[in-house]
Design a protein around this ligand. Structure first.
Ligand SMILES: NC(=O)c1ccc[n+]([C@@H]2O[C@H](COP(=O)([O-])OP(=O)(O)OC[C@H]3O[C@@H](n4cnc5c(N)ncnc54)[C@H](OP(=O)(O)O)[C@@H]3O)[C@@H](O)[C@H]2O)c1
Length: 238
């Protein structure tokens, strides 16, 4: 039986992927801050689900919690990081920006580093992170969200290069969703909003194919291309 950990499995994309993994025969270790939801996930699939409460901002506890989950699962083939936050912050309140940085940069990096080091020791493994198409450009209304997603995109490439030099069989997948219908997708002007189960199914297919970079849903690749070539004169009008 394959074994996976999902960081941020209590709602949205992470919860939906956890359910898909269980349906596909994985044993899954789920994490998040909301303990009651973790317990209810365990109750639905007692034999195949393990949980540990985790706040990725509490960096000093991450290694212990991940090791603990691996012990409960009896190994690890796949880890998916879906914990992430973002907030509109036109007034540039540093408390808001710092909170996003602590979760999307510090928490993400701590978990991703633990995963790659663990996979190096065992010679194989697959790290998946849900970044965002937002990481391809700046955003005046939520500067820290787009900037932290840009960090994740770049860091994942670094980890892929780092692991590639270790002579091991480690895969790194960067998942870049457009809009997905979850608590996070808020505000006006949303379009091509994917149902969360459709997005999670496409992510699972990409994981099986061990893709390096994937846009969710697929047509968001077009927007990704346009964002990369868009002149500033157009960007500032969006
Ligand atoms: N929805 C979209 O349109 C969209 C588009 C592009 C990218 N994404 C990315 O997809 C990822 C998942 O988001 P979602 O849309 O599924 O939103 P969501 O439903 O709000 O899920 C966010 C998950 O992250 C967890 N989380 C947040 N802060 C955490 C912390 N400090 N420690 C541990 N877990 C934490 C939450 O669990 P707890 O609250 O229980 O801790 C929850 O399980 C995020 O990284 C987001 O940036 C989403």
């Amino acid at each position: 039986m394959k074994k996976a950990i999902v960081i941020g499995a209590t709602s949205g994309i992470g919860k939906s992927i956890s359910e898909i993994l269980i349906l596909n025969g994985y044993a899954v270790g789920v994490t998040g801050r909301r303990l009651e939801i973790l317990k209810s996930l365990k109750e639905k699939n007692t034999n195949k689900t393990f949980y540990c409460q985790m706040d990725v901002q509490e960096l000093s506890s991450i290694e212990t919690i991940c090791d603990n989950l691996v012990n409960q699962l009896g190994g690890l083939d796949l880890i998916i990081i879906s914990a992430g936050i973002g907030d509109e912050n036109k007034s540039l309140d540093f408390t808001i920006e710092n909170n996003v940085i602590k979760t999307n940069i510090q928490g993400f990096t701590c978990v991703a580093d633990w995963a790659i080091n663990h996979f190096k020791k065992q010679g194989q493994g697959h790290l998946v992170n849900i970044s965002s198409i937002a990481g391809l450009t700046g955003n005046g209304e939520a500067p820290s969200y787009n900037a932290t997603k840009a960090f994740q995109i770049n860091y994942l490439e670094g980890l892929r290069l780092n692991a590639g030099k270790s002579g091991t069989n480690i895969n790194v997948t960067d998942v870049r969703p457009g809009f997905v219908d979850t608590a996070m997708a808020k505000g006006d002007g949303l379009f091509w909003v994917a149902p969360v189960d459709k997005a999670a199914q496409q992510i699972f297919t990409s994981i099986k194919r061990k893709k390096k970079v994937v846009y969710i849903t697929k047509r968001w690749r077009i927007i990704g291309f346009l964002l990369k070539i868009m002149p500033y004169s157009i960007l500032r009008k969006l």
